[in-house]
Design a protein around this ligand. Sequence first.
Ligand SMILES: Nc1ncnc2c1ncn2[C@@H]1O[C@H](COP(=O)(O)OP(=O)(O)OP(=O)(O)O)[C@@H](O)[C@H]1O
Ligand SMILES: [Mg+2]
Length: 257
Amino acid sequence: MADVILETKNLTKEFKGFTAVNDVDLRVQRGHIHALIGPNGAGKTTCFNLLTKFLVPTSGQILFNGRDITRDKPAQIARQGIIRSFQISAVFPHLTVLQNVRIGLQRELGTSFHFWRSEGSLSSLDERAMALLDEVDLSSFADTVTADLPYGRKRALEIATTLAMEPELMLLDEPTQGMGHEDVHRVTALIKKVSQGRTILMVEHNMNVVSGICDRISVLQRGAMLAEGTYAEVSKNPQVMQAYMGTADGELEAGHA
Ligand SMILES: Nc1ncnc2c1ncn2[C@@H]1O[C@H](COP(=O)(O)OP(=O)(O)OP(=O)(O)O)[C@@H](O)[C@H]1O
Ligand SMILES: [Mg+2]
């Protein structure tokens, strides 16, 4: 029996009669980097919004560590360890890199913030912040104003602020979107690195990234689950190839992305 951290059962979301997510059964194994792929409009982001409770499902169930979280609120989900990057953890451009991570840590502390203050342990907060920066290879940028960071480094900072919230499951929606070759490489390696001891579910269009680091891939098409398996399996699936043919020629071929 696989150790499933996240599972959806018949997950469905309708918008005024239009079914954006249709009867989706998704199973994410603990410790995996799991990719959610599919042509534009397939329902990937809607799926993410359901998982993080930004949207309420029309029907179906979401289980996290075997527990039904379908009716939980966004804050409850986050407290349980499901953290979505590049959304909750928006960074403040006028603050330094270190200040941004500290804010992330304080947010994570929540009500226990007073404990830190009374202990006078702001320096240990700094220590933890520096350790997180080190983890994403940003130590040398600690005092840089965030707005001055190169694009790929900003994404690394966003990952650090997500890590500050101690995620058990990280959700990344197109983490390499809009990046040049070098940044894609850097952020991909970073995702692989921070996946140690965690689980990652990511939407990704770049098939080099998917084939390079993802253990398992689910393919959505028009809201429904079309295929699931390893990259080798789904990339050979005739239905998947056909689904992609209409959008970008050879998009499923790593090396073309
Ligand atoms: N709030 C909404 N109201 C109505 N329709 C919506 C809403 N949100 C999404 N949709 C529709 O649901 C479908 C799925 O959209 P979604 O954004 O989930 O796709 P996606 O797979 O993330 O696409 P992309 O690759 O372009 O990011 C689309 O047809 C979209 O127009
Ligand atoms: Mg999307």
